[in-house]
Design a protein around this ligand. Structure first.
Ligand code: NAD
Length: 348
């Protein structure tokens, strides 16, 4: 029996990736839509073969509590709405898969984790790279130690933004996004440096470069470059921007070799090059629909058949690290300690 998902927010990601991904999933299926736009919801429901009574609005959302077709609620709303809609779904007795970034504040992340505990429901953050074959291959090779110890990780994650696109307008707004390019794209680099190295940063320092006369950057930073220091002695250099050409790439420099993932975190077409591994320069990586796999994973978590690889605690850790980056920016690049003792519960 497939696990029923309600998709909350029918924007670009839901229409482009999540709903198509559910079609291809083995163990998960679309069961309901939650939207503020009745026409859009009716059109998508008709396309997906959903009955009219499987459409909810934000006002009658809490009625999902009485809908046994829904087991998981997938939150695909602007970042500032994640906490409220996650907590309401948990109170309605549903499990939640919530998009990244988990929320816009540390307190909201903590409240979401507490709500999941109180309701005894699962809370997973949609870190798709934890379920994506190239990134899993990089993790496998790092854990095998084949290239020697890692010394430096470089992550560059950003893109050009467009204030006239409604889906970028909220991303460029500090209140709704919680941090512009960093919260949207840079988070992939923060998260990747942690899952590549399998340890947590103890210190960070960061600089920003933002043109305040550019109408896009009234409330958020544009370019941010940061450095994390890890207990092993490895360093991670990260950058993000909403004014450079789209890139989601990283490199890992080890004692005896180098891995380049470029692109390393796209929806498809990711490419890995390895220098220093004989006969294995471009390992063949079998491409899959990473969104389908992520939702299948959540379905298996609900069934008690899979561990939570990206629980709320992972989202909270990135939120705390992004806040430390912004604190360092505000202090002109001062070093900020991040050694508060977090450890990942499960290594994919
Ligand atoms: P989007 O702007 O295209 O869609 C957001 C949806 O929320 C829209 O349908 C909009 O109508 C609705 N909405 C409800 N209340 C709103 C309000 N007050 N203001 C604006 N919109 C409102 O955004 P998106 O690109 O689909 O992103 C949604 C979420 O998914 C974000 O949290 C984003 O970070 C995340 N995301 C993740 C990935 C990924 O690869 N995992 C990719 C894209 C987006």
């Amino acid at each position: 029996e497939k696990i029923g998902f309600a998709v909350v927010g029918l924007g670009k990601l839901s229409q482009g990736q999540i709903i198509p991904g559910l079609k291809g999933a083995r163990g998960a299926k679309l069961a309901a839509l939650v939207s503020g736009h009745p026409d859009k919801a009716r059109r998508i429901a008709a396309e997906q073969g959903l009955p009219a009574d499987a459409i909810y609005t934000y006002d009658d959302y809490d009625r999902i509590a009485h809908d046994p077709r829904i087991q998981v609620v997938y939150i695909v709303l602007p970042n500032s709405m994640h906490a409220e809609y996650t907590i309401r779904a948990l109170k309605a007795g549903k499990h939640v898969l919530c998009e990244k970034p988990m929320a816009t504040s540390i307190a909201d992340c903590e409240a979401m984790i507490a709500a999941a505990k109180a309701a005894d429901r699962k809370l997973m953050i949609a870190y798709r790279c934890h379920y994506e074959p190239l990134n899993l291959e990089v993790m496998r090779r790092m854990r095998s130690g084949a290239l020697g110890k890692p010394r430096l990780v470089v992550t560059n994650m950003g893109r050009q933004s467009d204030l006239s696109d409604p889906s970028d307008a909220w991303r460029l707004d500090q209140k709704m996004s919680g941090g512009g390019a960093l919260a949207d794209m840079g988070i992939y680099g923060v998260n990747a440096s942690r899952y590549i190295l399998a340890e947590e940063p103890v210190e960070v320092r960061a600089w920003a470069q933002t043109d305040r006369s550019d109408p896009r950057f009234r409330t958020t930073e544009d370019v941010i470059a940061w450095q994390f220091r890890f207990p092993s002695g490895a360093i991670a250099n990260g950058s993000t921007s909403f004014s450079y050409q789209g890139t989601m790439a990283y490199q890992v420099f080890c004692e005896h070799g180098k891995m380049t993932a470029e692109p390393g975190a796209f929806y498809g077409g990711n490419h890995l090059t390895i220098d220093g591994a004989k006969g294995d320069r471009e390992p063949k990586i079998h491409e899959i629909d990473q969104f389908a796999r992520e939702m299948d994973w959540m379905a298996d978590v609900v069934r008690g058949k899979a561990p939570l690889v990206s629980p709320g605690e992972e989202g909270l850790q990135d939120m705390r690290l992004m806040h430390a980056i912004l604190e360092s920016v505000a202090k002109g690049g001062a070093t900020v300690r991040t050694d508060w003792g977090y450890r990942r519960a499960y290594d994919p």
